[in-house]
Ligand binder design. Structure first.
Ligand code: BDR
Ligand code: CA
Length: 323
């Protein structure tokens, strides 16, 4: 998949690498239809310095060209940082013993790099945040002019049905709800690749074992990372099966037909208490008593992923990463 002119799609990934962010980076650097112009890092799965280190290591192991990587927000806009080390390990990369990178980060911060790369791109850029949206919110508030050269935002985050950080909130949105609300209402076309689809794309154990046995470092790394991804209940019997997680959001940029979406009103709950960080997706066929009595609330229209062709994305992921 390329854009309408047959050229690779310019993309920037904003991530909190992160086992599945690493899977997303591996895919992005190996897909010929994508032109990964920069990677920006934000606190999330682990602290921001750990994210920078992990991101540089992954790009190096993948044999990626010298793509600029910048350090971004160390803290959410309001909340404290709350890592997901219980899922991603002490080093944020599954503690699989990856070497320290020899590459260095850019000497500018993430917001500066985002602005520079977006405005310098000859074609509008697709932003792919796979992390809390702190960097993106800071960018949109600091340099709102960038929206003129953003094609769309495809973010991993939110949930239509069930959360993971809380019963109703997904981690990336829960970690920085205000930032998510800013991104959703920026007036840029936005696709939500939420938990409902994120959790379903699982690579079978036999494929993971083949990747792990590969002599090619990038493919082997993908296998090691996948085997670290916790199996969902559906594949519990297949202990090495692993979800591609954030990489699914990148797959949707290459292959939009792999997901079924609907343009729906979405609001991020900013209220303190049990709903904080929930993405409230309005799937009602008609307005209800609330709208009749008190008027329509201002909500962003978001292209929400409701279904995913699992076999299609697994195949796309494997063929891309294995070359
Ligand atoms: C999201 O949270 C992180 O743990 C993953 O990298 C993914 O971006 C899922 O809720
Ligand atoms: Ca992530």
């Amino acid at each position: 998949m390329t854009n309408a002119e047959g050229q690779p799609i310019p993309v920037i990934i904003d991530c909190d690498t992160g086992v599945d962010d690493a899977l997303a980076l591996l895919f992005a650097v190996r897909h010929p239809g994508l032109d990964l112009r920069a990677v920006t890092c934000v606190a999330g799965n682990t602290d921001v310095d750990g994210v920078v280190r992990n991101t540089l290591t992954v790009l190096e192991q993948a044999g990626a060209p010298d793509i600029p990587v910048a350090r971004g927000a160390a803290l959410p806009l309001i909340e404290p940082a709350r890592s997901a080390r219980h899922v991603h390990g002490e080093d944020g990369m599954g503690d699989i013993g990856l070497p320290a990178p020899t590459r260095a980060p850019a000497d500018v911060d993430a917001v500066t790099l985002l602005r520079r790369e977006i405005l310098a791109s000859p074609r509008p850029v697709t932003l792919i945040p796979t992390a809390p949206l702190t960097n993106i919110a800071l960018l949109l508030r600091t340099h709102p002019e960038v929206t003129r050269n953003i094609e769309r935002i495809v973010f991993m985050g939110g949930a239509v049905a069930t959360g993971n950080a809380t019963p109703v909130a997904e981690f990336n949105v829960w970690h920085d709800p205000e930032a998510a609300a800013i991104a959703l209402t920026a007036g840029v076309p936005i696709t939500m690749y939420g938990l409902d689809v994120f959790q379903r794309v699982v690579v079978p154990g036999a494929d993971v074992r083949r990747l792990r046995a590969s002599t090619e470092p990038g493919a082997r790394l993908a296998g090691d990372l996948l085997s670290h991804r916790p199996a969902t209940p559906d594949v519990a019997a297949d202990s090495e099966a692993g979800g591609i997680g954030d990489a699914g959001a990148v797959c949707t940029v290459v292959d939009p037909a792999g997901i079924t979406t609907r343009l729906l009103p979405v609001e991020v709950s900013l209220a303190p208490g049990p709903t904080r960080g929930q993405t409230i997706v309005d799937r009602r066929p008609r307005p209800g008593e609330s709208e009749i009595h008190t008027g329509v609330r201002e909500q962003a229209l978001v292209d929400v992923a409701l279904d995913v062709d699992v076999a299609r994305f697994v195949k796309l992921y494997l063929t891309t990463v294995e070359g």
